[in-house]
Design a protein. Structure first.
Length: 590
């Protein structure tokens, strides 16, 4: 790595390592002047940009901890996170300031006064003491008690991860590429610790492309970007990886990534097989709860012909135990407990919750701890681990960890709801939805549209159920527990906006209704129904756009759908364009 080598790319903006280093040093001095230091938190509410990366590293260079604030989260949730962590300063810019909560100490990096202050600060190295046991970041995850919980992760775990990745992942891929500098696409939200997978490559001197919100969520656009810019490494959830493959990521006639990093959810065998069979491409699965720095286990297509979560990384121990904390034999399912350098300190200001999940380690040194993951796994004879499921109700939606209890708590806080249960349903293969089952508190059922709006103001988009089913009572087993198998499948009218739309009035609307229904796995869709209200999400957007392309022979962008999410609005937009008529009359039955 040389100082004038490209470090970061974001659209038309490019920073060399020298420029990045100088910016990091100036920001670190600014944060130190605002009180940053060991175990002090700096909240970062910035767009995906070079500035976000520089600010993140500046917090670490100051020896402090960063709190990422996801711009898509409701302000109420962000305010809770800020209140819980008590940052010394909230860093943002004027373009997104209105998405941030009120806070007494705010730094807008594009404010003329701040710009002038930064210009006067030195870009030379900052001499700050970094305590490896101090907090490096606080990331909030869904909480079963109804409140999100902040996981406090120390610097020591990041250091261990860097060393592990250098040997286990970086060197093999760099060697296969002839030792050259690689290009890495940064596609993961900074509110995910998985976003460090790309940043660790930057530390090693490679070129990282920070993709904006629109591009990172546009599978077709992302696949095209990887081909055009010869991206070597991409890091996505398995669900998104499958969509990228459908969009040509691994096609023979274009540049293909040398490494596809996977994480956040179970890997389907079909995807693993495709990666194994694609020449010059390696797949690598990274498993790990937020409570253990970034990832705990890892394994790739060079290790196994079938999907695996791999084996423990450097300085990490995995224990597969029965209900009495006894190790189980090879091939026998058990609960995964992990211990080692990467263990988080615990949950911020939640000692009881911490004690319940970070338990005494009977296999290590006296006083040692291990984290109870709640995941069911089994050892294979080759020393790798297979993921089998969960021992509790926690679920994964689009790679996000969701505690249904948090959503249920938000639902029952409404005076019209007496009881609530939230489950994940996959009534259509490949389409996973959260469904809420409600028991009314009075003779009149709750206003589900208003309820959905209330949840959207409190919870991230991925935690808002797609369907609201009103029942007289929740079905119970003979033991008095919720009988999940007896919960009825949601109907179209149970979906947040389903069943209320007008019928299609012409061929264009009929065709679009069919495309919407096909993608969403619904029997029918009305023209007033919105794609996202019906359970559509970022991973299904590309399927919808592909369906529109197949039906009309015209391309739409993600922004076109975001601006016109209903069939009626999208149909009007298509009609105004050349070639707006469907080319396949069979898709529009009379």
């Amino acid at each position: 790595m040389t100082p004038d080598a490209v470090a970061l790319v974001a659209g038309e903006r490019v920073w060399t390592f020298a420029e990045l280093d100088a910016r990091v040093n100036r920001l670190a001095r600014l944060f130190l002047a605002r009180g940053a230091g060991p175990d002090r938190v700096v909240a970062l509410g910035l767009p995906r940009s070079l500035e976000m990366v520089a600010a993140l590293f500046a917090v670490l260079r100051a020896g402090a901890a960063y709190l990422p604030l996801e711009l898509d989260y409701p302000v109420e949730r962000l305010a809770y996170m800020v209140e819980e962590t008590g940052p010394v300063v909230l860093v943002t810019d004027s373009g997104v300031r209105d998405r941030m909560p009120e806070f007494p100490s705010v730094l807008e990096l594009d404010d003329p006064a701040v710009v002038a202050e930064l210009a006067e600060l030195s870009g030379d190295a900052v001499d700050a003491v970094v305590d490896l046991d101090a907090a490096a970041y606080v990331i909030f995850t869904s909480g079963s008690t109804g409140r999100p919980k902040g996981v406090v992760t120390p610097y020591r775990g990041l250091t261990n991860m860097q060393v592990n990745h250098r040997e286990a992942i970086f060197h093999p891929v760099v060697e296969s590429a002839g030792g050259r500098t690689l290009r890495i696409a940064h596609t993961v939200s900074f509110s995910f610790d998985m976003s460090w997978e790309e940043l660790l490559w930057l530390v090693e001197g490679h070129e990282v492309h920070v993709l904006d919100e629109s591009l990172r969520r546009d599978a077709e656009g992302l696949a095209a970007y990887c081909a055009e810019h010869a991206v070597d490494v991409i890091n996505v959830t398995p669900s998104y990886a499958q969509t990228l493959v459908e969009c040509g990521l691994l096609d023979d006639d274009r540049h293909r990534p040398a490494l596809v990093l996977l994480g956040g959810e179970a890997v389907p065998e079909s995807l693993w097989t495709r990666l194994c069979e694609t020449p010059g491409v390696m797949g690598y699965n990274l498993y790990g709860p937020t409570e253990y720095t970034i990832n705990t286990l890892g394994g790739g297509t060079l290790d196994s012909a079938t999907a695996t979560v791999g084996r423990p990384i450097l300085n990490t121990r995995a224990h597969v135990l029965d209900s009495r904390l006894r190790p189980v034999p090879v091939g026998v399912p058990g609960e995964l407990y992990v211990s080692g350098i990467g263990l988080a300190r615990g949950y911020l200001d939640r000692p009881g919750l911490t004690a319940g999940r970070f338990v005494a380690d009977p296999f290590g040194e006296p006083g040692g701890r291990m984290y109870r993951t709640g995941d069911v796994v089994r050892w294979r004879r080759d020393g790798l681990l297979d993921f089998l499921g969960r021992v509790d109700d926690q679920v994964k939606i689009r790679g996000y960890r969701v505690e249904p209890g948090e959503i249920e708590d938000a639902l029952t806080s409404d005076p019209e709801v007496a009881q609530a249960a939230v489950v994940v349903r996959e009534d259509t293969p490949g389409v996973r939805r959260l469904a809420a089952y409600l028991v009314p508190a009075g003779p009149d059922g709750p206003d589900t549209a208003a309820l959905r709006g209330s949840l959207a103001a409190r919870l991230p988009e991925y935690m808002v159920p797609s369907a609201f089913v009103v029942l007289d009572a929740l079905p119970l087993t003979v033991n008095g527990k919720l009988d999940r198998k007896a919960l009825p499948a949601p109907t179209a009218s149970d979906l947040a906006a389903g069943g209320s739309g007008r019928a299609p009035r012409d061929t264009v609307e009929k065709t679009l209704c069919n495309v919407f229904a096909d993608v969403l796995g619904l029997p029918e869709v009305g023209i007033d129904d919105g794609f996202f209200d019906l359970g559509g999400h970022s991973l299904l957007v590309m399927s919808l756009l592909h369906g529109v392309r197949e039906a009309f022979g015209t391309d739409l962008g993600v922004g076109d759908l975001l601006a016109r999410p209903t069939v009626a609005d999208l149909a009007a937009f298509l009609t105004e364009r050349p070639g707006g008529e469907p080319r396949d009359a069979e898709r529009a039955p009379s």
